[in-house]
Design a protein. Structure first.
Length: 143
């Protein structure tokens, strides 16, 4: 699977243009996805020195991306006349997702199990409802 991952606010806390602290379990999860043979692309608005800093930050933590801001490592404007910053991925992990960014454990299970965020929420709701043993209130005011 091709997975595009944002940097600021996703792999690290958003402190742009600085590099914030790592989001909990972000690098471990990305390394697991790469080890499972997913093609993980760094997909970020960072450019030039700021991009180099982000890539170096990831390399120091053992993350080698399949490609950076492109569909495949060799892609250039010369090899792709339709070259754009739009990545052809199956999954995008970004803090600007509708509904926000789930935690990295949830992200991993969604990818591993082929589930959508909606599936995960429905399962959590069903689990919560089946585990709930407290008597129901008759109204808002009655305990």
């Amino acid at each position: 699977m091709v997975i595009a991952v944002d940097f600021d606010g996703t792999i690290v806390e958003n402190k742009y243009p600085e590099i914030g602290p790592e989001a909990p379990f972000a690098t471990d999860t990305i390394k697991m996805l790469i080890a499972e043979r997913h093609k993980v692309i760094l997909w970020t608005t960072r450019e030039d020195k700021l991009l180099e800093d982000a890539v170096e930050w990831c390399k120091k933590r053992g993350i080698e991306f399949y490609a950076i801001n492109k569909d495949y490592p060799e892609e250039t404007k010369a090899t792709n006349n339709h070259f754009s910053r739009k990545i052809k991925a199956e999954v995008w992990i970004d803090d600007h997702n509708v509904g926000g960014l789930p935690d990295w454990g949830t992200i991993y299970h969604m990818i591993k199990e082929g589930k959508t965020f909606k599936n995960m929420l429905e399962e959590a709701r069903k689990t919560k409802l089946s585990d709930h043993t407290a008597p129901k209130r008759k109204s808002w005011f009655n305990k």
